[in-house]
Design a protein around this ligand. Structure first.
Ligand code: G6P
Length: 611
């Protein structure tokens, strides 16, 4: 959470920073601020979105070739102007932006108060910059050394940038647990939470590692770690197109991303899957694939939508690989001293590759000797780097806060991994494997067909947009889809929604059903079809309003439902890739009709780098 951007070079810093902050708004949008050096160290900050900051800046002197900006997702201190970043040091000669949490800020703050410091905000960040300045003054050291010394005393997570009134050629950045990318241009440098603010200017980047400090001084970059060891920065060339991070004519990123799915699923399979040869090649797994093949148990750790993808994978791995799977919320797993035995393998799933709980779960499992596989979307992200092996989802940047194309890409990768393991393990026949690989190749076209439901779903959305509750029910592979459908709706439309296994409804949610309750059944033709039919009857008997997602050509369920959407027939195990599409569209249209900010729903952030 929180996005940071900094620039030093020959351009107008504020232009690059504001544009960059808009690209990082998915990381938080409670407040935004900027610091520039134009004779003085000027900080301008405002509660609200980057566009509010932009308005506020209209009559301000902005001429500066160095600067830094921040878009905030509040942790310490309510979202207001005062708590917005950047924050000044006590003298006002230093400023800082920060993404993360300084856990021991209370003790540091008390020490500083005892020394006479006063604070203008409630943030942990302001404490850090006071602390840095205090160290600098008492030890009479250069600012970069004061930053390093301060960081050796800090407990918590951070990506920070510090600038100083006294040196307009200096920017200092550091990270631990929160991402930070440096962009290297010609006589200019960029810093940001991800590469999107940078790619317009340069594709040469350095991903800072944990406990590394980057100093840009007099046009030179140097990197060292917090133990004061000089390091050689590893400069990479990234391949990210500008159009991938723009809306491309769609009203919202979320809609664009929903409609991108035929392409993103295809991209995810490209070069990896060949049904004619019966071949699955996942390069990033090869070194460790035997660990998965021989695994006695697979533990999947993830959060949010990625956790739902993990649930689908549980069914898939158990069915085709005959390996027991447990799917864990990363936030629970990391704090409950889990049993990890030799022979256990962990798969961590994360779109952003930065989710703090997932990262901590990985570190815990690693410390107990487990081999970890990563399924990430963001290339070079912390999780991608913390895992032993993995496969990228290649969905392209996902900017809408509610995850859509990343989910289907995760399902695609996980299915390929499972089939590859099953093939090696001999738990799937050649014929079945061939059948599933052929089916996977048809998925992009089937998703395309499901997207044609858009207008129909818009009409249904108009009828249900004022509902106060929704229930989503599914069984088997469609149960996690029910959870995902409910999550999408609550995230962006603020309607309370519950996802349940259809049969479990009898043990509680059925009490909620009355003539006002919309119940969405994901009731495609699969092995539990007849059972779902009975569950629909149970809802109808209590006058619930049934909306069903069915397989094309189904006659029985449409006759029992008030509204029906038909998706193409797909093998049970791959159905979530298609059956989730109408649910994504339903939540999107309902949210738009309710006037909600679809791409930036309240209180949420896309990349949750705090626990
Ligand atoms: C946040 C996002 C969700 C996402 C979850 C896990 O809550 O709003 O869309 O599913 O984090 O994120 P990850 O990047 O690890 O998949």
């Amino acid at each position: 959470m929180c996005g940071i951007v900094a620039y030093i070079g020959h351009r107008q810093a504020h232009e690059i920073i504001i544009k960059g902050l808009k690209r990082l708004e998915y990381r938080g949008y409670d407040s935004a601020g900027i610091a520039l050096l134009n004779g003085s160290l000027s900080v301008y900050k405002k509660k609200g979105k980057v566009s509010d900051l932009e308005k506020f800046l209209q009559d301000k002197p902005l001429n500066s070739n160095i600067g830094m900006g921040h878009t905030r997702w509040a942790t310490h201190g309510e979202p207001n102007d005062r708590n917005a970043h950047p924050h000044y040091s006590a003298s006002g000669k230093l400023a800082i932006i920060h993404n993360g949490i300084i856990e021991n800020y209370g003790a540091l703050k008390q020490d500083l108060i005892n020394k006479g410091h006063t604070f203008l905000s409630d943030t942990d960040t302001e404490v850090l910059i006071h602390f840095i300045e205090d160290i600098q003054e008492h030890n009479n050291v250069a600012l970069e050394e004061a930053v390093r010394l301060a960081l050796t005393k800090v407990v918590g997570a951070y990506a920070i940038v510090v600038m100083s009134l006294e040196d307009p050629s200096l920017l200092i950045a550091a990270r631990k647990g929160s991402p930070l990318v440096l962009g290297i241009g010609k006589d200019e440098f960029f810093m940001a939470s991800d590469a999107t603010p940078i790619i317009e200017y340069t594709n040469e980047v350095v991903y800072l590692n944990d406990q590394e400090i980057a100093v840009i001084k007099n046009g030179e970059l140097s990197v060292k770690n917090t133990a004061n060891l000089p390091l050689t920065p590893y400069i990479q060339t990234i391949d990210l197109e500008l159009e991938a991070i723009e809306k491309g004519g769609f009203e919202h990123f979320m809609l664009k991303e929903i409609f991108e799915q035929p392409r993103s699923i295809r991209d995810c399979m490209r070069g990896r899957l060949d049904s004619t040869q019966g071949r699955l090649v996942l390069g990033g797994l090869s070194e460790y694939i035997t660990k998965l093949v021989n695994a006695e148990r697979i533990l999947i750790v993830a959060c949010g939508t990625s956790w739902h993808a993990g649930l689908v994978a549980e069914y898939f791995f158990e069915e085709f690989c005959r390996i027991p799977v447990e799917v864990e919320y990363a936030s629970e797993f990391r704090y409950r001293n889990p049993v990890i035995r030799e022979g256990d393998v962990v798969i961590a799933i994360s779109q952003s590759g930065e989710t703090a709980d997932t990262l901590a779960a990985i570190e815990l499992a690693k410390s107990k000797g487990a081999i970890i596989f990563g399924v990430c979307n963001v290339v070079g992200s912390s999780i991608a780097r913390a895992t032993h092996a993995g496969a990228y989802t290649h969905a392209g940047p996902e900017i809408g806060v509610a995850s859509t194309k990343a989910f289907t890409a995760q399902l695609t990768v996980l299915s390929m991994i499972a089939l590859s393991v099953a093939q090696r393990k001999g738990t799937i026949t050649e014929q079945k494997l061939h059948e599933l690989l052929v089916e996977m190749e048809t998925i992009p076209a089937k998703v395309e067909k499901a997207l044609l439901l858009n207008d129909e779903i818009k009409k249904i959305s108009a009828l249900f947009k004022d509902s106060r509750n929704f229930i989503y029910l599914g069984r088997g592979y469609n149960f996690p889809v029910a959870l995902e459908g409910a999550l999408k709706l609550k995230e962006i439309s603020y309607i309370h929604a519950e996802g349940y296994p259809a049969a479990e409804m009898k043990h509680g949610p059925i009490a909620l059903i009355d003539e006002e309750m919309p119940v969405v059944f994901i009731a495609t033709r699969d092995s539990s079809y007849e059972k779902v039919v009975s569950n629909i009857q149970e809802v109808k008997a209590r006058k619930g309003r049934v909306i069903s997602v069915v397989t094309e050509g189904d006659k029985l369920i449409p006759a029992m439902s008030e509204f029906v959407v038909e998706v193409p027939a797909v093998h049970d195990a791959l159905m979530p890739l298609v059956s989730v599409i109408p649910l994504q569209l339903l939540s999107y249209h309902i949210a738009v009709m309710r006037g909600c900010n679809v791409d930036q729903p309240r209180n949420l952030a896309k990349s949750v780098t705090v626990e």
